[in-house]
Design a protein around this ligand. Structure first.
Ligand code: ATP
Length: 600
């Protein structure tokens, strides 16, 4: 999805309008930039005119006045300085605008992405979202700095050069103006070629990056299966394709630039010949010819610069389209309308849960939960078992409203979860995931989720409560140990213990635990079991169990198969019943995990 999608002209227009609106607050600064450009351009263009005056009025006119010549020289130097100063201000101001726009864009994008529902993240690869936040916003910043600068500055330069030319000599100016259509034809012909080579290079680059990202993420598997050589070959093939596309792009750029240079030189030669003849026949002053040759040289620079912005413009519009795609995506799970909303007080929540005729599928036309009914009493501990793909996690995701049910309803204390504001719902439910997410930061901050309202003492108390304290104290810096991204360095069990401590701090009424599947050593497993016991006391607890031993003591075990509850009861009742649960139990007793069983 990272770039190969089609957009309609209407969508492109909307994207452009949306992004350009970010420039509105900077209109005043843009005007300043415009003013600075104007001064710099005029200072540049007046220089040849000054030399013309020196030549025609003083040197050739035979009335050389040293003082006036000195003044002309000094003015020339002054103009050069002025141009330098104003170009510096113009660039500074423009960069500042560009950076503020892109910072705001990144902030808005991040906020918007945060608000989107889980279904969006299912569709959108994380890698491409990272690209959007980084390089797409950067290429939009280039649009506001390089492209706009070129349009303002080079466009104005062109216009002024034409004005100066016509003022100096109409005939020569008209001859020079005939070059414009030639330049336009060259630009148009090259433009489509440049665009093709540019896009081909971008496509090869994103293919290479996608391959790289996938590869790095799966490096352990690659090494375990000795796939290095094969993967290297595949990478090398992509690398070669990118290299070739790049060379082609550079070649087309060089050809384009050189055609412009040749055209510039031919024009100077033509002008020297025609103008020289005119000077020879005394129809033209020498100084005018000098200024003209200068202007015609400068004439090609802005045209070349504007067309060179084509690539930047291309990537900026592609980036705008992509960002617009995200910005125009509305969250599927939304907060209730104020008149529909019910906002229970946290201390009043009892934690009764009811699934009423719940149906759900991730994709249209598919079903992973079938008309499911389930009532859970406040404080009850429920174990949920079933083979992989049975729908256990989906059932929990629906309770947290990561997705909305397609039919039926889920209620907490008799209130439909869709009527509870999401922020409140998420305070009511505590989630301990199979792979708990830990941030880069200290253990203290990870447990209190960077919420400084919880003191260090409270965090330590919570960790003690769940039995994580001895483990943490064994680490080099204890509670101040810095965890790397995703908490690598800690075992799955240890990570779960830290998220239990989070629960103790946040005190949700309902607890969902997706038990770690990774084999825990018996010591950590005991710690996790103990933590579960202490944390679940007094809370409605739902445990997705991957080891039956975890839920053998649950108040009730729900057995799922193909999105249905096929059996429920206590461990003893279910064994007595001799049905599907017993089959799972016998299988697990043989030393197998539930994951090994197929949904057959
Ligand atoms: N984000 C998703 N998009 C599409 N389909 C999904 C998604 N998540 C799960 N599924 C599908 O929904 C079905 C139920 O998945 P779910 O994760 O709820 O099962 P589970 O019993 O929790 O399995 P496990 O024990 O492996 O976690 C499976 O067929 C799975 O492939």
């Amino acid at each position: 999805m990272s770039g190969s999608y089609q957009t309609t002209p209407a969508e492109r227009k909307a994207a452009f309008r949306h992004i350009v609106a970010y420039a509105k607050p900077h209109l005043g600064t843009f005007l300043l930039v415009f003013g600075c450009s104007l001064v710099a351009i005029l200072a540049d263009l007046l220089q040849p005119y000054l030399v013309k005056i020196a030549i025609d009025d003083h040197l050739m006119g035979g009335k050389a006045d040293a003082k006036l010549l000195w003044m002309i020289g000094a003015t020339y130097a002054g103009l050069a300085l002025l141009s330098l100063l104003f170009t510096y201000w113009q660039n500074n101001l423009l960069q500042r605008i560009g950076q503020s726009i892109v910072a705001k864009l990144r902030k808005d994008l991040f906020r918007h992405i945060q608000s989107l529902s889980m279904s969006f993240f299912d569709r959108f690869p994380i890698g491409s979202l990272v690209t959007h936040e980084s390089s797409d916003t950067e290429s939009i910043s280039q649009f506001f700095t390089q492209v706009l600068l070129s349009l303002i500055r080079d466009g104005m330069t062109l216009i002024f050069i034409l004005i100066f030319m016509f003022k100096l000599d109409v005939k020569l100016a008209l001859i020079s103006a005939t070059l414009l259509p030639v330049i336009a034809i060259i630009a148009v012909v090259f433009r489509s070629w440049l665009r093709q080579t540019y896009q081909a290079a971008r496509t090869q680059l994103s293919r290479m990056i996608a391959f790289l990202a996938e590869n790095l993420a799966g490096m352990s598997l690659i090494q375990a299966f000795n796939q290095e050589e094969e993967q290297f070959k595949q990478f090398e093939a992509r690398n070669q394709r990118y290299w070739k596309a790049n060379v082609k792009e550079i070649r087309s750029n060089v050809l384009f630039n050189r055609s412009f240079d040749i055209l510039g030189n031919v024009s100077v030669a033509l002008l020297t010949w025609i103008g020289g003849m005119a000077v020879f026949h005394r129809e033209l002053e020498f100084g005018v010819l000098y200024a003209f040759i200068n202007y015609i040289r400068q004439f090609f620079q802005p045209i070349n610069a504007i067309t060179q912005q084509w690539n930047t413009m291309q990537s900026a519009t592609v980036s705008m389209d992509r960002l617009w795609r995200i910005f125009s995506t509305k969250p599927e799970v939304v907060d209730p309308e104020p008149e529909q909303a019910v906002d229970p007080k946290l201390e009043d929540v009892r934690g009764a849960i009811a699934y009423r005729g719940v149906e759900f599928g991730y994709l249209e036309g598919t079903r992973v939960i079938n008309r499911l009914d389930l009532s859970i009493r406040p404080g009850e501990m429920i174990g949920i078992v079933g083979v992989t793909g049975a729908g256990k996690s989906s059932l929990m995701s629906l309770l947290c409203r990561f997705y909305d049910v397609t039919a039926g309803a889920i209620e907490i204390d008799g209130i439909d979860v869709r009527r509870i504001p999401q922020a409140k719902l998420h305070r009511m439910i505590g989630l301990v995931q199979q792979e708990p997410y830990l941030y880069s930061g200290s253990i203290i901050d990870n447990v209190r989720m960077f919420d400084e309202r919880y003191t260090r003492g409270q965090v330590i108390e919570a960790c003690r409560f769940v039995g994580a304290d001895p483990l943490i104290r064994r680490l080099k810096d204890g509670y101040d140990t810095l965890l790397s991204e995703r908490g690598s360095g800690l075992s799955a069990g240890e990570r779960q213990l830290l998220s239990f401590a989070r629960i103790v701090l946040l005190e949700p009424r309902i607890l969902i635990l997706d038990e770690a599947t990774a084999n825990l050593d018996s010591f950590t497993e005991q710690l996790v079991q103990h933590a579960l016991q202490v944390v679940s006391a007094g809370r409605t607890t739902l445990v997705i169990a991957h080891r039956l031993s975890t839920v053998m003591h649950a108040d009730r075990i729900i057995v799922m198969k193909h999105g249905d509850i096929v059996e429920q009861g206590t461990h003893a009742e279910l064994i007595e019943q001799g049905g599907y649960y017993k089959e799972l139990y016998e299988h697990a007793k043989g030393g197998h995990g539930l994951e090994e069983l197929q949904t057959g």
